[in-house]
Design a protein. Structure first.
Length: 115
């Protein structure tokens, strides 16, 4: 089992032409706030490897409680509304260690020529 620190975190690794990244944020404010922080972290981390949210192809979204879905989806949809991206997303309710209510596990297509 991977332990999640009780702080904001985002990690990424490139494998071939793909970038695999995670993002989580400490509980602060609303679930919408936490979701926004996770998406900001994910975008920043992807950017360090030459990608952006528009390069995402799959995201597993984990929520600590089913009651968070509506607020999560609303925030997610607002962020992606202006992007021309078609991705596969699954949202699951799971136990998330620490103070986290939202965790993202993403796969993006890296820039051509980057290995």
């Amino acid at each position: 089992m991977t332990a999640f620190p009780d702080s904001d975190s985002s990690r990424a690794v490139r494998a071939g032409g793909l970038v695999f990244a995670t993002a989580s944020a400490t509980s602060a404010g609303t679930v919408a706030d936490e979701t926004g922080k996770c998406l900001d972290q994910l975008e920043k981390t992807l950017g360090q490897l030459g990608c952006g949210l528009g390069d995402l192809v799959k995201v597993n979204c984990y929520l600590a409680d089913d009651g968070y879905r509506g607020e999560f989806w609303q925030t997610w949809d607002a962020r992606f509304a202006s992007l021309d991206v078609r991705l596969v997303r699954i949202t699951q309710v799971v136990g998330i260690p620490g103070e986290h209510r939202v965790h993202l596990d993403a796969t993006a297509v890296g820039p051509e020529g980057a290995e």
